[in-house]
Design a protein around this ligand. Structure first.
Ligand code: AMP
Length: 287
């Protein structure tokens, strides 16, 4: 595995690979790898000839009171983890080269970003789409792999690719979980032992929702109120949202059907945790 910092070197590598007729898969990340990231890398290496993993803690997607400064970073650890996978390039651009002092461009996807996390984090998705657009232009991938863990992010990037006519296939990888069901996340490192236990409220809610849907419940309001009760039973957990949305356009569902996704976000202490599941056809690997 080679590590590239310079944008020009990255594009030069990609041009050579494309010129030789090979395909490139890109896995964008903010680093501090866990098994979820590694699964995305493995999936990418099955889908394309060469794999580029980008590692960039993107300041543009953090709000002023969010955790940009404390976001976990460990390049040496991440490099050795990625090197054990089939990764060709770990692309680690610098802040200064990505966002030069006079950087003014923004890429925005309307509509689909107004709901779920977009409601609470107004500039977040604009930061995500801007950086991913830059990564697409620099790396020129044929395929990109995103996690279903950040389901809205996946939908927003898919929409951006369609709307802007990038010839890139986007693939969603199922949520990778700890043995007890907690969805893996770099932010889980913020949790104390006690908070980590409380974080399991999300998986408990998801299991309940799947069971209720499998047993014939289709009333979204009723399901949401049952989930509200399950999560509220955990002290110190506050609910950001409990939503049942359409998996294609994220519009709210009144009647749950096989296109429905349950999306949850809570705060455990200071830490924001997210989880989701398809209610109709479950594509998750590890439950
Ligand atoms: P991050 O480094 O947190 O920005 O995540 C980089 C990519 O990994 C995104 O596409 C995430 O959706 C994905 N990802 C993070 N956690 C998981 C997980 N537990 N399972 C599957 N994908 C994940």
């Amino acid at each position: 595995m080679q590590t590239i910092h310079s944008l020009a070197d990255m594009t030069c590598w990609s041009n050579e690979v494309i010129g030789s007729g090979s395909t490139i898969a890109l896995v964008p990340t903010m680093g501090y790898f866990h098994e979820g990231h590694l699964e995305l890398m493995r999936s990418a290496s099955r889908l394309a000839d060469r794999v580029v993993v980008s590692l960039f803690v993107n300041s543009l997607q953090f709000g002023p009171s969010e955790d940009l400064a404390s976001y976990p970073r460990d390049l040496a650890r991440d490099s050795s983890m990625a090197a054990d996978e089939n990764v060709d390039i770990l692309f680690v651009p610098t802040d200064i080269e990505m966002y030069e002092p006079d950087f003014n461009a923004r890429v925005r996807v309307d509509g689909i970003t107004d709901t779920l996390c977009g409601k609470q984090r107004p500039a977040h998705f604009e930061g995500v789409t801007t950086v991913v657009a830059k990564l697409f232009n620099i790396v020129k991938p044929h395929i990109t792999v995103f996690g279903q863990k950040d389901f809205q992010q996946f939908c927003v990037i898919r929409k951006m690719i369609r709307d802007l006519n990038w010839d890139i296939e986007i693939v969603a990888h199922p949520i990778v979980r700890e043995e007890d069901g907690l969805a893996m996340s770099s932010r889980n490192t913020y949790l104390s032992r006690e908070e980590r236990g409380k974080g399991l409220c999300l998986h408990k809610a998801i299991q309940h929702a799947k069971k209720r849907f499998d047993n014939g419940l289709t009333d979204a309001e009723l399901l949401k109120s049952e989930i509200h009760d399950i999560i509220s039973a955990y002290s110190g957990v506050s609910i950001d949202y409990i939503s049942v949305v359409d998996k294609n356009n994220l519009s709210d569902k009144e009647v749950i059907d096989s296109n429905s996704v349950l999306a949850l976000a809570v705060r455990v202490g200071q830490t924001r945790l997210m989880d989701n599941c398809f209610l109709g056809n479950d594509t998750e690997t590890s439950n």
